[in-house]
Design a binder for this molecule. Structure first.
Ligand SMILES: [Zn+2]
Length: 887
């Protein structure tokens, strides 16, 4: 699954409605104790599911035949079910007559116990269950997405979303990843609609009354969370890759907009076939587009039938930016990597979720960089690692491998630590092992565990066996304990043309600095360092200190190439040398050094001026990616002076002087000679300078917006959302009304969605209030309203939280069940108001179980740290700005 990691606050904050299920006691003497919330007396072998959805009534009828193995003599089995109405249950052995059985539901535990009426001997049985269920309007279980087709007609399409615990809303089942089985699915559907599942259609027949019965081929052995069903007025485009038919399924008429994703999928399947040395095992691989959005995720890797929201799948010349196209490629790369890593080989339990997600994130970057070297995707990794280190340095963090005991903890596990720290740790281990040994280890792992389940150590052992000596102990240190190592370069001595570094290891913290300095955790840290322009040297720092000899003398960088998961603190003279030679560093090290120095300065490990001097040293002709980072730092500083408009005006002027010439050179319009990175930089400069009120940028936005009156296509193209974003932020009532009108009259759902999302970003408080009120009406549609509220929380977290608390039930109905208790803390995450802490605490006390408090704890930690650190950052920044002005 691809979750919304990039949306700042949403990052670490997911939870499910409280469920009281707890971990079942492991069987005594079991060799490998895979956790389970179900009794262990039975396991499924095969499901034959038949469904008849009633899209209009938002319900469905189902029947399932479950062949299962009763392992010990028992009078009942317990499986998962949520919001399922059991009508008739029987149990049969072989050809013997079926016997009636009774189902009793435990709604809180999301289970149903099927009682047989007497004790049955161990053996193979078949359960036959008639039931009905609900079609939801947020992305959980079987759900509906409504949209208008290009002719303006109201349409409804159905999809499923089962990860982590929602297959049980579709079919009573052993809904845990370790219970793999095969699946047959048959559906009765409107004859004019297309039905899609994991496997190709095996048979289809008209059954009268405008209905057809569609039977799909039998799936391979897989976990329940990977099952998929979709139904609607679709078009499907395809491409053949060896024996695999690769497809993209889109709303009718959108075929051409799916071509970019189809081309990407075809390339990626071939690449992974080769990389894993195991061919993709299903006959087809579709990527199914759904209109609308979720606050939780953007795509899901159902085996053979990936689901992706339109905004990260359709390439529409009217609106799609270069950055969105990159997102289409990388999201596809992520989900296709899961077809092997996750689907073919699956974590045994959710405590190893990171194995799926950290790995897919890493593979996504690797494949994206392979096909698009000009995108500098390796720099995305540096920013992903930065996001992870930010969260990992609070006391509220958790290890990459974490204990998962309840259903809500499963959903909370889809966070930045799992995805981005997971990716960063794998990046470090690949660099340690070397690309070839690492790949050979993965190939062996894939072959050994195909169609089965694994624990993290299965992977480490495979890679170490392939030749990566010492990998397991490093891997354990970074996955079993939380936190961020801090390496301090104590000294650097130039002797006979080489440099001897001495390093000590402590721990980087944002809220326990004294404690972690006094008693840091220890890691085995693989270190790569080099004098600029010389060959790199490698070592592993153990037990808190070490030394390293580098070829050459002069400015040097530790964590050269940025594959390490740690921060580096230099002595002032070393920093001064790096600042002087900054332009000679590769872009990736420039970015890593900027991130480290800012984070260390803002968290009081070094003076703020050290970081700001480095920001100032970034040359204007560096990589566009580094310039983007640089302009965003100015945006961050500007935001710090919310209550000091005079200082903001000075900062804005400084930013305009510094970046205005770069923007002038790029021009306001997309040019045919643009690279992807040029296009991204232009968009970032317009957004950030527009946010800071740059007169030229705001005037151009207003000019283009006015032009819409006479030319409705004036804003069409890759910068449409960027320019409208500037208008939206600086909007007055007339602008806002006009934007809303553009949303109402948009000719495609994709464009409509983008317009409504922007309505929440007005800085004007009266307009922010209007946006909130609008979110509770039917006008935006059920999946866009939460995005509007989220938009308001950007500039007005207090307003958004007060509104959400006052309308709690209505607001929570606007988000996926699985992200419900994450949503409100997410709205308040960016606040620096002491009152927010009390509000969120009161919310947690009233509505969250102790197990699902984590989102609130994380938001509170971030807010409190901000309240404490911001005055100091402001004071030091002001002094630096004043000195700069006086020069
Ligand atoms: Zn994923």
């Amino acid at each position: 699954m691809k979750v919304h990691i990039s949306l700042a606050a949403s990052a670490a904050l997911l939870a499910l409605a409280p469920v009281n299920a707890t971990l079942a006691a492991p069987e005594k003497g079991a060799a490998t104790e895979v956790p389970s919330q179900l009794p262990r007396n039975a396991a499924p072998l095969h499901y034959s599911i038949t469904v008849t959805p009633n899209a209009e009534k938002l319900s469905f009828d189902g029947n399932v035949l479950i062949e299962f193995l009763l392992k010990t003599p028992s009078d009942s089995v317990t499986l998962n079910a949520a919001d399922i109405d059991f009508r008739r249950v029987t149990i049969a052995k072989g050809r013997a007559a079926a016997m009636p059985a009774t189902a009793s539901v435990n709604a809180a535990a999301q289970t149903a116990t099927i009682a047989f009426g007497k004790k049955l001997p161990a053996g193979r049985y078949t359960l036959n269950i008639d039931y009905s269920g609900k079609i939801l309007q947020q992305a959980n279980g079987l759900f509906a997405l409504d949209y208008k087709d290009p002719q303006g007609a109201e349409k409804r399409a159905l999809f499923t979303q089962f990860e982590a615990p929602d297959a049980r809303r579709f079919v009573p089942s052993w809904d845990e990843p370790n219970y793999k089985a095969t699946f047959d699915l048959t559906a009765t559907v409107p004859a004019e609609q297309m039905a899609v599942s994991n496997m190709p259609v095996a048979a289809r027949r008209d059954i009268g009354n405008g209905l057809a019965e569609v039977r799909f081929g039998t799936s391979p052995k897989m976990s329940t969370y990977l099952l998929f069903f979709g139904l609607g007025e679709f078009d499907r485009i395809t491409k053949q890759v060896g024996p695999t038919e690769v497809g993209v399924v889109v709303g009718k008429g959108n075929g051409p907009k799916g071509q970019y994703a189809l081309d990407a999928s075809a390339k990626l399947v071939a690449y992974y076939n080769d990389y894993f040395d195991t061919p993709y095992p299903l006959p087809k691989l579709d990527n199914v587009a759904g209109p609308g959005q979720s606050q939780f995720f953007s795509a899901m890797e159902n085996w053979g039938a990936i689901f992706t929201f339109e905004r990260v799948l359709l390439n529409d010349p009217k609106i799609t930016s270069a950055r969105t196209r990159q997102g289409i490629f990388s999201t596809d790369a992520h989900e296709i990597a899961h077809q092997w890593f996750g689907n073919l080989v699956t974590m045994a339990w959710w405590d190893d979720l990171w194995l799926n997600e950290g790995f897919a994130s890493w593979m996504e970057s690797k494949a994206t960089a392979h096909f698009n070297p000009d995108w500098q995707s390796e720099l995305d990794r540096v920013n992903g690692r930065e996001g992870a280190m930010g969260l990992d340095a609070y006391v509220t963090t958790h290890p990459v491998i974490q204990k998962i005991s309840t259903v809500e903890q499963t959903s909370q596990a889809f966070d930045t630590i799992t995805y981005q720290k997971g990716e960063a740790v794998i990046t470090m281990l690949e660099a340690y092992a070397g690309e070839t040994i690492w790949r050979d280890g993965l190939r062996a792992y894939m072959k050994k565990h195909a169609y089965a389940n694994t624990r993290t150590d299965d992977l480490w052992n495979a890679v170490e066996a392939a030749g990566a000596k010492g990998l397991v102990k490093i891997a354990h240190d970074f996955t079993k304990q939380p936190g961020v190592p801090l390496l301090e370069v104590k000294s650097a001595k130039c002797v006979n043309g080489s440099t001897l570094l001495t390093l000590t290891q402590s721990e980087f913290s944002r809220d326990r600095k004294a404690e972690t300095s006094a008693k840091p955790q220890r890691w085995n840290v693989p270190v790569i360092a080099q004098v600029i322009g010389q060959a790199p040297s490698k070592t592993v720092i153990s037990n808190g200190s070490g030394s390293l000899q580098l070829a050459g003398c002069g400015a040097f960088i530790v964590n050269a190439g940025q594959s390490g998961y740690y921060r580096v603190l230099y002595q002032p003279d070393m920093m001064a040398a790096l600042q002087k030679d900054f332009a000679k560093l590769p872009a990736i090290d420039q970015l890593g050094l900027l991130n480290d120095s800012q984070s260390l300065a803002f968290n009081e490990y070094q003076p703020v001026r050290t970081a700001l001097n480095l920001v100032d040293a970034v040359p204007s002709d560096t990589s566009q990616r580094v310039t983007e980072d640089n302009v965003s730092t100015y945006g961050y500083l500007y935001g710090l002076y919310e209550k000091d408009p005079a200082r903001q005006a000075k900062l804005a002027k400084l930013a305009s002087n510094r970046f205005g010439p770069t923007l002038s050179k790029l021009g306001y319009k997309q040019s045919p000679s643009d690279s992807t990175l040029d296009a991204n930089l232009r968009s970032s400069l317009i957004s950030t300078l527009g946010y800071m009120g740059d007169p030229a940028v705001v005037a151009e936005a207003k000019r283009l917006f006015a032009e819409l009156e006479t030319n409705p296509a004036a804003l069409d193209g890759p910068l449409r959302t960027t320019w409208l974003g500037v208008i939206a932020q600086n909007a007055d009532q007339a602008d806002w009304d006009k934007m809303r009108k553009l949303g109402q009259t948009a000719e495609s759902f994709l464009v409509k969605s983008s317009m409504y999302r922007l309505l929440g970003s007005a800085r004007d408080i009266a307009l922010a209030k209007q946006a909130l009120a609008l979110a509770l009406t039917k006008e935006p549609g059920p999946t866009l309203s939460a995005a509007i509220i989220n938009g308001v929380s950007g500039d007005h977290p207090e307003l958004a939280v007060d509104f959400a608390l006052a309308n709690r039930e209505a607001v929570e109905a606007l988000v996926d069940v699985s992200s419900k208790s994450e949503f409100i803390p997410g709205l308040g995450y960016g606040s620096s108001d002491p009152a927010m802490v009390g509000k969120l605490e009161a919310y947690a006390k009233a509505y969250l179980s102790p197990e699902s408090r984590k989102p609130v704890d994380q938001a509170v930690a971030a807010i409190q740290t901000r309240i404490k650190s911001q005055p100091r950052i402001r004071t030091e920044t002001s002094a630096w700005l004043d000195e700069k002005a006086a020069q």
